[in-house]
Ligand binder design. Structure first.
Ligand code: ADP
Ligand code: ASP
Ligand code: MG
Length: 404
């Protein structure tokens, strides 16, 4: 008998028929003698729909109210899943994030989990119930509902698995596992059997939507091994775990593309200590994730800083920088419609020539590189959004990742 945390994503619980199928799957695990804590997302499309409605009544909705609204998507599916289980004779109890004891910090829309008090959940589990937990939400110490960032149900599942020391954590989604590239874009992409936390983290934080990046960060920190697999079949998925020596044999494990990027350029910034600090402090206080920072060497007492932000945060970034630039001097310009393409692999630590191969494969399909950044196991280029899919296919082929 194992204690298993399972997470079913939006497509897997996309309508009542699919919710009933999920209930059947849960029943079969229970009949095999396992104890189950099941995290569910909102039906696919619901969170986007709620955001659109919020923006229709207010262009910049207060984040506290946004969280209040967004959390209802998951509240629908927990109740329906628990009901579907009752319908087939399986005792189940649904929990909101607050009821599951998921306490977060005070930030809204991207709150961080601080503690999990799972006593109530464990009591109901021991009494023989399947526990259904709303993904993507928690509560702060003021008693306000918070949400954990887009894709945050992955984090709920991994954090719960860590907190209750589950034997297994399974992330059920609409593809068979983690692929060498998004299988919807690169048809020749292959399923990866095993991947390290670090590689998964780099892929996730650079656009591979299959896992929320924060959830992978959490899994790495607390060593929560998890499997990504399909809710529509019984094929083995991808195991995500600590790096083992054999993983270094593969130079490039996968290609990630993030199409929702904007480039921000801050020019005529005084070339003196503290300027960059002021700029990035303002962005961090606004909770904006900045990437690909490049600063040109200062000339005539001024410097130019360039970086990328998610497209959806461009307005917020500009607003956050306005007062700083008024005070410091400097001007801001931005360009939307950028994409980031990344190649990732722990083998890069011990192999050379990856950058040359990447740049050549992009040149071969006429893609111009705007910015470049690297980590020990990743190279990222900022490119024109319209060419991103074609570029991903070319790079995937160049690194020999295509299915045989
Ligand atoms: P869920 O609703 O189950 O959380 P998501 O839509 O968040 O599912 O993530 C699954 C999707 O991620 C897939 O349908 C796929 O198109 C996309 N994806 C992007 N990159 C990858 C990759 N490297 N491997 C697998 N899927 C990927
Ligand atoms: N429903 C949330 C979202 O769409 C959380 C999730 O699906 O993981 O982002
Ligand atoms: Mg997801």
């Amino acid at each position: 008998m194992a204690l298993i945390v399972q997470k079913y994503g939006g497509t897997s619980v996309g309508d009542v028929e699919r919710i009933k199928k999920v209930a059947e799957r849960i029943r079969s695990f229970r009949e095999d003698g396992h104890q189950l804590v099941v995290v569910v997302s909102a039906r696919s499309g619901v969170t986007n729909e709620l955001i659109a409605r919020a923006e229709a009544v207010c262009p910049n909705p207060p984040e506290r109210e946004l969280d209040q609204l967004l959390s209802i998507g998951e509240q629908e599916t927990i109740a329906l899943t628990a009901m579907a289980l009752h319908g087939i004779g399986v005792p189940a109890i649904s929990y909101t994030g607050a009821q599951a004891g998921i306490v977060t910090d005070m930030s809204h829309t991207k709150a961080r989990i601080q503690t999990i008090n799972a006593n109530a959940l464990i009591k109901d589990l021991k009494a023989g119930n399947v526990i259904i937990v709303a993904g993507f939400q928690g509560i702060n110490v003021d008693g306000d509902t918070t949400t954990l960032g887009r894709g945050g149900s992955d984090l709920t599942a991994i954090a719960l698995a860590g907190a209750i020391k589950a034997d297994k954590c399974e992330i059920y989604t609409d593809v068979d596992g983690v692929y060498t590239a998004d299988p919807r874009v690169v048809k020749s992409a292959r399923k990866i059997e095993e991947i390290s936390y670090d590689e998964m983290l780099e892929l996730a934080s650079h656009g591979s939507k299959v896992m929320q990046s924060r959830s992978v960060e959490f899994a790495k920190k607390y060593d929560v091994v998890f499997e990504v697999r399909s809710s529509f079949n019984h094929n083995p998925g991808t195991i995500v775990k600590e790096e083992v020596a054999s993983m270094e044999k593969v130079v490039v494990r996968g290609v990630a593309v993030d199409k929702n990027q904007a480039k921000v350029q801050v020019s005529s910034l005084p070339d003196k200590p503290g300027s960059a600090a002021r700029v990035f402090k303002a962005l961090s206080e606004a909770n904006i994730v900045v990437d690909m920072i490049v600063q040109n060497a200062g000339r005539d007492g001024v410097a130019t800083l360039t970086f990328t932000v998610p497209s959806g945060e461009l307005g917020k970034a500009t607003r956050a920088l306005d007062p700083v630039l008024r005070d410091l001097g400097g001007s801001i310009s931005s360009q939307d419609q950028f994409a980031k393409l990344s190649v990732v692999g722990v083998g890069m630590k011990t192999h050379s020539g990856v950058a040359a191969m990447l740049f050549q494969s992009l040149a071969n399909v006429g893609v111009n590189i705007d910015l470049i950044s690297t980590s020990e196991i990743r190279i990222t280029v900022a490119i024109e959004q319209a060419k991103a899919d074609e570029a991903a296919r070319a790079v995937h082929t160049a690194f020999g990742l295509d299915r045989a």
